[in-house]
Design a protein around this ligand. Structure first.
Ligand SMILES: Cc1cc2nc3c(=O)[nH]c(=O)nc-3n(C[C@H](O)[C@H](O)[C@H](O)COP(=O)(O)OP(=O)(O)OC[C@H]3O[C@@H](n4cnc5c(N)ncnc54)[C@H](O)[C@@H]3O)c2cc1C
Length: 475
């Protein structure tokens, strides 16, 4: 997603930054409690007109896909009820305020905010303050914390670009067709880069972070097959949650309503939840791919074999974030990002500086690819110490300890089980289409993982909700 955007537009002469993204963790309950109250208001705002004659739809999940579908269907006169397992809405758009600034636990960026990106106008209407993060503003450091010269980074950046473009072309021209991982393709065709630290950094911070999966899991054929909207990425400095909150206004949302079974036949759907059974004419299923993979929700009858296969084949990414707040700013407050050639692939290899858009001294770093999963088995103390060791190498031994830390654990989050979907070895772009196919014209599937073109993004989720709403309206 934004990484590819970045690579395309980055001027080699002014070799600059990365984009970034954000978080989720168990430490955010006070905030979600607040949010829960807001949601109660959403339900109470629901109009009281007699709904008995309307065609009814149950929407499972109040993330961007579910809210998008529900809002449009309600506007078209359908009776819509959203069933949401958590005590908040937004799903993977979740803002935490406990650190003194709006920390995005999940999505942070509106990627490509121009053109027809539907999120930008919603963010504007919702009162979002958009801030363009400057991708060119980055300082790079080697494994020992020594600043890298523009010359050497420039050279390797060109080599990286060339390698990725060549590989893509070889697959396009059918010169190679083997369905192997990106890691294996690089080892085989570009063995000279196997031990180059800066190349490994780029493969993690650009390829893995962009696509979501680890280098060993990404399909060398399909990992790049999605599209972008134009424009430089922006964040909402007053919180991304404004967007789902805006969409949720006036909708009937049942919170703490965990779905365990979805039955369907020609006459309609019946959904079993922790708050009892609900019936309707149709259901929109926006359960995240990670949840579908775990078979936690039973479908009766079972889903078609092709869909079940696609659920298993498409990958679910393992990105996590760690935010550290300090009493003092010991880095350049004007630099947007710091890149670090970590000896462990994906381990805290870049840092986003919040001082460019707020007055809190915070650095947000990431666990990417396989390390995104490993991080979740580490104690908070170990996570802090590992990051501080890196920061001491870069900024000196006398930097202060952080006063606050926040760690996300998306891979063990029971309502997501992962970060965002990617094209894994053995899967193809067609599998994303399969994930979005309706079943017996009763179950309609939306969610970021059902968007072949814009998977893994907020706009992809939103657009998928629009797609299923139209399918139901057109029946
Ligand atoms: C760390 C991270 C960083 C990201 N960064 C960006 C970014 O910068 N820009 C960007 O565009 N995208 C980003 N994304 C991706 C983006 O957040 C997602 O693509 C998008 O929000 C997914 O929306 P969705 O509606 O498909 O799923 P979700 O938001 O996950 O919604 C699904 C809903 O279903 C609910 N649910 C789950 N199980 C049940 C159940 N049994 N019963 C009832 N409800 C259930 C969940 O609680 C959730 O509310 C990021 C994601 C992560 C995790």
């Amino acid at each position: 997603m934004f990484r590819r955007n970045f690579l395309k537009k980055l001027s080699l002469a002014t070799l600059g930054t990365l984009g970034g993204q954000m978080i989720f963790s168990p430490y955010i309950f006070p905030f979600f409690k607040n949010n829960f109250n807001n949601q109660m208001e959403f339900s109470q705002e629901n109009d009281l007109e007699d709904d008995a004659e309307k065609t009814s739809v149950l929407v499972i999940g109040a993330g961007m896909a579910g809210l998008s579908a529900a809002r449009t269907l309600k506007e078209e006169g359908f009776k819509v009820t959203i069933l949401e397992a958590q005590n908040r809405i937004g799903g993977r758009v979740a803002t935490d305020y406990s650190l003194g600034f709006p920390m995005e636990l999940g999505a942070g960026w509106i990627h490509g905010p121009e053109g027809n990106n539907p999120i930008t106008p919603i963010a504007n209407k919702a009162g979002g303050k958009l801030y363009e993060t400057n991708d060119q503003s980055i300082e790079f450091f080697d494994e020992n914390g020594k600043a890298l010269s523009d010359e050497s980074t420039d050279k390797l950046y060109k080599a990286y670009q060339k390698m990725i473009a060549e590989l893509e072309k070889k697959y396009e021209d059918k010169e190679i067709s083997e369905d192997i991982s990106l890691a294996d393709a690089i080892k085989k065709h570009y063995p000279q880069y196997a031990n180059d630290a800066f190349m490994q950094y780029q493969l993690s911070a650009y390829a893995e972070f962009d696509a979501g999966g680890g280098l060993n899991d990404l399909s060398a054929i399909g990992w790049q097959g999605d599209s972008n909207f134009p424009g430089d990425d922006v964040i909402l400095t007053n919180g991304y949650e404004l967007v789902p909150n805006f969409l949720a206004k006036g909708l009937d949302i049942k919170l703490n309503c965990k779905v365990s079974e979805i039955s369907y036949d020609k006459t309609g759907v019946e959904v079993t939840t922790s708050k009892g059974k609900f019936e309707a004419d149709y259901a929109v299923v926006t359960l995240p791919l990670g949840v579908l993979k775990k078979n936690i929700v039973k479908f009766d009858p079972e889903l078609p074999t092709e869909k079940k296969r696609a659920i298993q084949k498409v990958g679910m990414g393992k990105i996590n974030k760690v935010a550290l707040v300090f009493d003092k700013c010991f880095w350049n407050p004007k630099t947007q990002y710091f890149g670090y050639c970590s000896p462990v692939m994906g381990m805290y290899n870049y840092f986003m500086n919040t001082r460019t858009f707020c007055n809190i001294n915070a650095l947000v770093t990431f666990g990417i690819g396989d390390f995104g999963l490993t991080l979740e088995s580490h104690s908070q103390e170990k996570i802090k110490n590992d990051i501080m060791n890196i920061l001491r190498k870069i900024f000196g031994k006398n930097i202060p300890e952080p006063s606050k830390i926040l760690v996300t654990k998306w891979n063990n989050d029971p309502y997501t089980y992962g970060a965002y979907s990617y094209c894994a070895v053995g899967s193809s772009l067609k599998d994303f289409e399969e994930l979005g196919k309706s079943v017996q014209k009763k179950l309609f599937f939306a969610g970021e993982h059902t968007s072949r073109k814009y998977r893994a993004t907020v706009h992809g989720a939103y657009i998928s909700g629009q797609r299923v709403a139209k399918q139901i309206i057109d029946l």
